[in-house]
Design a protein around this ligand. Sequence first.
Ligand SMILES: Cc1ncc(COP(=O)(O)O)c(C=O)c1O
Ligand SMILES: N[C@@H](CCCC[NH3+])C(=O)O
Length: 444
Amino acid sequence: MEIQTKQHHQKNFIFDHCDTVELANQYGTPLYVVSENLIREKCRAIKEEFLMKYPNTKAAYASKAFLTLAMCKIIEGEGLGLDVVSGGELYTAIQADFPMEKIMFHGNNKSYEELEMAVANNVGRIIVDNFFELEMLEDICSSQKKKVNILFRITPEVEGNTHSYITTGQKDSKFGIPLQEKIIESAVIQVTKSSYIDLKGFHFHVGSQLFDQQSYTKAIATAVKLMETLYIKYGFVTEELNTGGGFGINYTNEETMPIHYFVDYIMEAIEIGCREANLKIPTIIIEPGRWIVGEAGITLYTLGAIKEIPEVRTYVSVDGGLPDNPRPALYQAKYKAIVANKINEAADKVVTIAGKCCETGDILIWDLLVPTIEAGDILAVLNTGAYNFSMASNYNRLPRPAVALISDGEPQVIVERETYQHLIERESIPSHLINNKKSFNIKK
Ligand SMILES: Cc1ncc(COP(=O)(O)O)c(C=O)c1O
Ligand SMILES: N[C@@H](CCCC[NH3+])C(=O)O
């Protein structure tokens, strides 16, 4: 493996200047390790190859990929905006003093309370997904006497070439306002009558972990057509177009695409579309999540039970699994991994890396090439920065791992490991169950 061969002089796998075996010893496993520098490098590439290259552009980090207070600070420091999809994500941003005007609030079923919180905190854009939300927003704005800027999320009717669970732009999708004339146009007409809500433009998101540029181009063509129709029929000028995120990253053998691979295509399609339709190019916004943080994270595990089924396979179990990384079970996602304390030993055995959950589907990696391994070895699963920590659960009552952030070669814990006590913290025992003395008559 490339990373291993580069490190002949090292004994252990080094990730962003830190010895991963030492990290495992210091903080325990499973452990999420995230590199601040790698995140910043990605943000800077977005600045250089998108924000500085094209006028009138903005970028927001899709925080669902990985969000902590420290992450808010990194994103703020890099000058990007933040895409949030829930009261919890918004609360985290508020607690980190993230500039509220740079927040984009998404979601297909925002609650009244979540919208109240967004309006009260003056978030920059609310991406309205449906009429139900529009009516709540009108009500909230009139009672708070506040104006809000919104985008309508449209369903671009594009099938992204990715796992079906992470396509969002297809016609039959829970996300976005359908493009049928009478639906989208009546939404626009309704909002233009509002004295509280200012419709700035439109948003679409095709899907996640995409490499095919054509799906963006198709969605842009649809959005430009809508912009043109609205301009011709109603004189409505689209000031902003948010083309979502979804840029794919390298998990196994795919080549990681630089940001210009996606954004140059997007910008060209917009320029051509707007020129042909005689429209002014709106402000263009992108909101990648995975592309910014996915490759900046790894997960360290300790190997435990090794079970060889002769002539079938060898299962090697780790001290985590599905609860800290549900992606293989959910999306058949593939990962690569390195035995961190044996990087200079020849990898000549094929094993299957199993999680410790009571689930047959809790397999992190099928058929991984490893050297001779034993219990106690440290396994580093690569590219786990996106949608691992953020999707982690306590299934089987496993405490969630800590997160260590490496900043300029120095690791520190930014999220503490959960304890067994955390698992019962919100629970109580009803009085009749305390001594279990009462005989219980089950009402029929
Ligand atoms: C509206 C929206 N924006 C941005 C993203 C970020 O996606 P990704 O992490 O694939 O870039 C998503 C998730 O797919 C999304 O639904
Ligand atoms: N959770 C998904 C991405 C979802 C993106 C949200 N629209 C994944 O891990 O790939």
